[in-house]
Design a protein around this ligand. Structure first.
Ligand SMILES: Cc1cc2nc3c(=O)[nH]c(=O)nc-3n(C[C@H](O)[C@H](O)[C@H](O)COP(=O)(O)O)c2cc1C
Length: 179
C-alpha cells in the first residue's frame, strides 16, 4: 500500500513531519513516501496572481503526489490555533485543480505540539472539513507534549497510549472498504 505522509509545516525539524513519518511505519505493508513541504514553495495565493501566472508546477506536483497514493497521513502543525500559513497556501493553490484535494483517498489526520494541547484546534478544523476536501478520514489523533513521548534517537513514539492510538489509526488506514 503506497502511503504519502507529511507534516503540514515547513519547519526543518518539524515534529509533525516526524509524527507522520513514524505513523506511516505502523501501516501494515506500507510503501512510504514522506513529503517535505519545503519542496513545494509557492507565492502567496491570490486570484489576480493566478490569472497572471496560472497554476505553479509545485501545486500540480503536490496534487499529483496525493493522487499517486493509496493512503495519506497528514500531521498538522498548529499556528495560532489554525493551519501553518505554508500548508494553507499550498492547499489553496492545489484546490484550484480540484477542491477535493485529497481525491477520496483513505486518510489519517494527526497533530502534535510541544504543549499539552497537542494542536487539537487545528486537528478539529481539519476533521470538520475532511469530507468537503475529499479525504476518506479513517482516524484522527492528537499527540500532546511531543517531546515527552517521542524518542528522537530512534524516531519512535514511546508512550503507551499514544502508540496504541496511532497503531489503531494506521491499521484503519489499511482497511479495505467492503463494497
Ligand atoms: C507562530 C506560531 C504560532 C503557534 N501557535 C500555536 C498554537 O496555537 N497552538 C500550539 O499548540 N502550538 C503553537 N505553536 C507551537 C507549535 O506547536 C510548535 O512550533 C510546533 O513545533 C510546530 O510544529 P512543527 O514542528 O511541525 O512545525 C506556535 C508556533 C509558532 C511559531
Amino acid at each position: 500500500m503506497k502511503i504519502i505522509a507529511f507534516g503540514a509545516s515547513t519547519s526543518k525539524k518539524s515534529i509533525n513531519k516526524a509524527l507522520a513519518q513514524f505513523t506511516a511505519t505502523l501501516v501494515p505493508g506500507a510503501e512510504i513516501e514522506v513529503l517535505d513541504l519545503r519542496d513545494y514553495d509557492l507565492p502567496i495565493f491570490n486570484t489576480d496572481l493566478e490569472q497572471e501566472i496560472g497554476l505553479p508546477p509545485a501545486a500540480r506536483a503536490f496534487f499529483d503526489k496525493i493522487g499517486s497514493a493509496e493512503g495519506v497521513i497528514v500531521s498538522f502543525a498548529e499556528h495560532n490555533g489554525s493551519y501553518s500559513a505554508a500548508y494553507k497556501n499550498l492547499f489553496d493553490w492545489a484546490s484550484r485543480i480540484d477542491q477535493k484535494v485529497y481525491q477520496n483517498k483513505p486518510a489519517v489526520f494527526l497533530s502534535t505540539s510541544p504543549g499539552p494541547g497537542g494542536a487539537g484546534s487545528v486537528l478539529a478544523s481539519a476533521k470538520g472539513s475532511a469530507g468537503f476536501f475529499g479525504a476518506d478520514l479513517r482516524a484522527a489523533v492528537s499527540v500532546p507534549s511531543f517531546h515527552d513521548v517521542f524518542d528522537a534517537a530512534t524516531g519512535h513514539i514511546t508512550e503507551k497510549d499514544a502508540l496504541k492510538d496511532l497503531t489503531a489509526a494506521a491499521e484503519a488506514l489499511a482497511l479495505q472498504e467492503v463494497a
